[in-house]
Write a protein that binds this ligand. Structure first.
Ligand code: SF4
Length: 418
């Protein structure tokens, strides 16, 4: 059974990911996951999230993938005791110390080895399997042949691979750039005076704009690319495997992971529905006749240049050097539908005027261009625009003038000028 696995930085993003077709989500708890800057869930929210996820027959995995320092012990044991009670479908762990404690304090929760543990060969996977791990999130640096080798050695181990999103110039997260540079006064500091990638607080220092100077060797430089904005020698492209899902299935990947617990609702909705469509077509043998729409879908949300990472070849020459560190972004989240009715309640994220070009998107690649919209304020009076600070409802019309009845959690997006 293949699984489409999406990030859930908070409860709202979790619901969006499921609405658009994710089979499972991964989320963080408190400060114990590698996305300390994602909203993460409070304990109360996490209990509700697990209840909600299980009520719709889906799965949720909790990341506890920081590297463990002795001073974290109490917090980790406390978190494990809590997880043992609320029963997520898995815990994502990189540190062997947390693995040890997990077996003692939460023995019934399946363990997934995080990509941060850098599992790069069949023997490492076998060792983890011997330790009772049910799934390995493969190192992002693995090629398809290496994945096949692991699958051959361990036919029953669940193999999860990152298929879309940001890459790291180091072995995923094993890097001190952010810690070092932030303590040198670069970037925004947190209370403890540093931002450590290994503690889930990477400042992505590798993607900053650098200038390379060598005082005495003017003619002895290595090739780097640059554009009018500068030079980016450590800036990785994003991974995008939308055209290669079949190859991953054939290699034995069982869980297809989308990176990005800090990504927006707009990003999650677009990327999840695009991969859902492709996976469903491949599994049911249907023709992929909406690929043009799928490509647009991946392109409308903020992203960097795409590559296939390490899956086909070592990307020494192309995949990890971008000519510009700019994130591309063409659209903005306008509103989310809160009720499925002719006059639908909306949650407004950005002010919408009559001049804005709106598109309604939903699951199964539903995409409807909106020709006209009638807004109503909280008292039911007609309004010319919808402000993000207040509740509004709206009647939507397509470009032929027909009323469109949206589904709850459908999204209205608009073109963006920034
Ligand atoms: S600074 Fe860059 S290379 Fe280092 S952990 Fe962060 S994303 Fe990875």
């Amino acid at each position: 059974m293949l699984e489409l696995l999406a990030p859930a930085g908070n409860f709202e993003k979790l619901k969006v990911a499921f609405h658009y077709g994710a089979d499972a989500v991964y989320a963080g708890l408190d400060k114990l996951s590698l996305r300390a800057n994602a909203d993460n869930f409070t304990r109360e929210e996490l209990m509700q999230a697990i209840e909600y996820t299980h009520s719709i027959g889906k799965k949720i995995y909790i990341a506890l993938n920081i590297y463990f320092m002795p001073e974290h012990e109490e917090r980790i044991i406390d978190a494990l005791n809590f997880l043992a009670k609320i029963k997520p479908d898995g815990m994502i762990i990189s540190d062997m110390g947390i693995l040890y404690l997990a077996k003692e304090y939460a023995p019934n929760i399946p363990i997934h080895i995080s990509t941060q543990a850098n599992c790069t060969n069949q023997y490492a996977a076998k060792m983890y399997s011997t330790l009772g791990v049910s799934r390995v999130v493969l190192a992002r640096e693995l090629g398809l042949n290496a994945i096949k080798e692991i699958r051959k050695t361990l036919p029953n181990l669940e193999l999860e691979a990152f298929i879309h999103g940001a890459m790291c110039i180091a072995y995923s997260g094993r890097c001190l750039l952010s810690s070092y540079m932030t303590t040198q006064g670069l970037g925004t500091l947190k209370d403890d005076g540093t931002r450590s990638a290994n503690q889930g607080d990477c400042a992505h220092s590798c993607r900053w704009e650098f200038f390379l100077k060598e005082k005495t060797r003017e003619n002895d430089t290595f090739a780097i690319s640059s554009d009018e904005n500068g030079t980016y020698i450590l800036s990785s492209k994003d991974i995008c495997m939308i055209e290669h899902v079949k190859d991953l299935i054939d290699a034995g990947v069982s869980s297809f992971k989308i990176e990005g617990r800090m990504k927006s609702i707009l990003y999650i909705s677009s990327i999840v529905r695009a991969y859902r469509y492709v996976i469903d077509c491949i599994q049911s043998g249907k023709t992929l006749d909406k690929m043009e729409q799928v490509y647009q879908e991946l392109d409308v949300v903020s992203h960097r240049e795409f590559s296939t990472g390490f899956f086909y070849k070592k990307p020494w020459n192309d995949a990890n050097i971008a000519s510009s560190a700019e994130y591309k972004r063409n659209t903005r989240l306008a509103a989310m539908v809160l009720s499925s009715e002719q006059k639908a309640n909306l949650k407004i994220y950005n002010k919408i005027t009559q001049n804005d070009k709106l598109v309604l998107i939903g699951k199964n690649m539903k995409t409807i261009e909106i020709g006209k919209v009638q807004f109503f304020d909280k008292n039911g009076n007609p309004a010319l625009e919808a402000k993000h600070t207040e509740p509004f409802s709206a009647i939507l019309y397509d470009t032929d003038g027909n009323i469109v009845i949206p589904e709850e959690m459908d999204i209205l997006r608009m073109e963006s000028n920034f």
